[in-house]
Design a protein around this ligand. Structure first.
Ligand code: PHE
Length: 341
């Protein structure tokens, strides 16, 4: 009982009301038939006779305090038409929730800013593409089985020319080669689509950054150097790269690039599956057929191209184990990137 009296006493000093209705509600809360103070008076009947004096006094003090608080609230309204100080201007303000950038955006910007230092600019193109820009111009002959490498979402055929969702941003590189003056040094970031079952390691939508460099006398050594510099900027000074022979219809020779595992420093861990290496991108020297298809003289010019998945780079950088996190936008996941940029 003592405790309850103290609680009410403490609560009433903070009471505020803006209207007569609110004051009346407070009166009912404390002094009404079922009010908190009234209930204490009921309880008083059960107090031991020797304690009656002490509690009786306390209860009267409480009742008076509540009554006078209510009176003073009423006076306040009567005087000013509103409560003089219904809000405490000295209290700290409400904290505003700060948003954070999505890890895919952070990674894309980082990739772009690294290549920006080497003189690359950015080009974008349509997500809904025609067969020519996604396959034809990139040396995929019709019916070529290499088209099966990327399960395509076809939308419809336009006069026999299929319209589809781009499966890679190499389509933007084709558009750049068709229009831009040489030499070309360009990055093509963007969303791409492949008909794959959604799992921890694959998604039907993901993001790429592809790069293209075309000039006189560009060699495979230039490609290797560009990839090495990028890998060291992205994953740390000591990063090593390894190139494994590969195949893409639009590059010859082609390679798959691995970086030394930045977690175990190449010793072998479960991120790199014990190999010490992590695959980060595909690359190669632009096939002369591709240059010619876009009207570039392959006897004078040569070039290299590379392409990487942004999700993959971000996964390696922050050890994200499941690709689906990027698309679900659970704030508990996204908040972890608040402090990155
Ligand atoms: N376009 C390829 C892909 O989507 C990547 C790539 C780009 C490979 C450029 C080599 C050269 O997988």
């Amino acid at each position: 009982m003592n405790q309850k009296i103290e609680e009410i006493l403490a609560a009433i000093s903070d009471l505020r009301a803006n209207t007569e209705k609110e004051i009346e509600e407070l009166r009912i809360k404390y002094l009404g038939k079922k009010g908190e103070v009234t209930a204490l008076f009921e309880e008083f009947r059960n107090v031991l006779p020797e304690q009656k004096r002490e509690f009786g006094q306390k209860l009267n003090v409480l009742k008076n305090a509540v009554q006078s608080k209510i009176e003073s609230l009423k006076e306040n309204i009567a005087e000013t038409g509103a409560v003089k100080s219904s809000c405490d201007l000295t209290k700290p303000g409400d904290r505003m929730e700060l948003g954070s950038r999505h890890p895919i955006s952070i990674t894309r910007e980082e990739i772009i800013s690294i290549f920006h230092k080497f003189g690359y600019t950015v080009a974008e193109g349509p997500e809904i593409e025609d067969d020519w820009h996604v396959f034809g111009a990139l040396n995929f002959p019709p019916e070529h089985p290499a088209r099966d490498m990327q399960d395509t979402f076809f939308i419809h055929a336009n006069d026999g020319n299929p319209v589809l969702l781009r499966t890679h941003t190499s389509s933007v590189q084709v558009r750049v080669m068709e229009k831009m003056d040489l030499p070309i040094r360009v990055l093509c970031p963007g969303r791409v689509f492949r008909n794959e079952a959604i799992s921890a390691r694959a998604h039907c939508i993901f993001h790429q950054v592809e790069g293209l460099y075309i000039d006189k006398g560009v060699s495979f050594a230039d490609l290797k150097q560009a990839v090495l510099l990028f890998a060291r900027e992205m994953f740390g000074e000591e990063t090593e790269i390894r190139l494994r022979p590969s195949y893409f219809p639009f590059t010859e020779p082609s390679a798959e690039v691995d970086v030394s595992c930045n977690i175990c420093k190449g010793k072998g861990c479960n991120i790199c599956k014990g190999t010490g290496w992590l695959e980060i991108m595909g690359c190669g020297m632009v096939d002369p057929n591709v240059l010619e298809a876009s009207g570039i003289d392959s006897k004078i010019y040569s070039g290299f191209a590379f392409g990487m998945g942004i999700e993959r780079i971000a996964m390696l950088k922050w050890q994200v184990k499941d690709l689906r996190h990027y698309f679900e936008n659970d704030v508990r996941f996204l908040r972890q990137f608040e402090t990155v940029i």
